[in-house]
Design a protein around this ligand. Structure first.
Ligand code: A5P
Length: 230
């Protein structure tokens, strides 16, 4: 385990302790969320933790199912007690986020929006002075009209790049859509930018998560620090 992976695991295990039997749990996507799923599986085996999970991606769902966690969906549950997910960038003290480098932003945002608590788990390198400082903002779009949507995102000041898959073809999300990664020189008003991008016909969802996270568990040299959105 690398040092960074050990921090991701520490944050994930601290957050896993918030989960109790009987809960509907949203489970995130990415390398940090994979430690969370492993921790929930370990608690199921060790303590008989009895939960139902709504996964934010096919791969998180596969990991949970293989570990014996029960999966559910919005057909059975409209509300989620707690969702625990990673992030690509975290802004303090608001806990506004950039998410979606792992491609799961739409399902992550839907699950987040249905959750009473959204707990973000990360190592301290994810804390940024300004959103967009390290990561581009991933934007899920329809394949139809891609050049038009690309141009309209550029008109908002983005440097848009169509994400490619390992196979050399345009990347497709679990929903079958492409992603345009949008780099901005500076994001001054993330909420306004999120609204402006979502107003473009053809944009399905953006990776700006504004006012959704309630808490964050961030692991660093001094241990796991807990933040509340403020
Ligand atoms: C997935 O779409 C993203 O939103 C992830 O939450 C994000 O990429 C974090 O991934 P890591 O934990 O691997 O950094």
């Amino acid at each position: 385990l690398s040092d960074r992976d050990a921090l991701k695991r520490d944050a994930a295990e601290a957050a896993a302790a918030l989960v109790d039997s009987g809960m509907v749990v949203g489970i995130g996507t990415g390398s940090t969320a994979a430690f969370l799923i492993a921790a929930l599986i370990a608690r199921r085996v060790r303590d008989g933790l009895d939960i139902v999970c709504i996964p934010t991606s096919e791969r998180s769902g596969d990991q949970a199912r293989e570990g014996g966690l029960a999966l559910t969906d919005f057909g059975a549950h409209r509300a989620i007690d707690i969702t625990i997910d990673g992030a690509d960038e975290i802004l303090l003290p608001s806990l506004h986020l950039v998410k979606g480098l792992g491609g799961a932003l739409l399902r992550e945002k839907m699950v987040a929006s249905a959750s009473r608590r959204l707990v973000i788990i990360a190592d301290e390198e994810k804390i940024v002075p300004q959103l967009g400082a390290h990561a581009p903002v991933p934007v899920e779009v329809t394949a139809f009209g891609l050049p038009l949507t690309h141009a309209r995102l550029a008109a908002l000041g983005a440097e848009p790049v169509l994400r490619m898959g390992a196979d050399g073809a345009p990347y497709r999300t679990d929903n079958g859509n492409p992603i345009i990664d949008c780099r901005f020189a500076r994001i001054d008003d993330a909420a306004a930018l999120d609204r402006a991008m979502r107003d473009i016909v053809g944009v399905v969802e953006t990776g700006l998560f504004i006012g959704l996270a309630t808490e964050a568990f961030v692991a660093g040299a001094q241990g796991v620090v807990e933040y509340r959105a403020g």
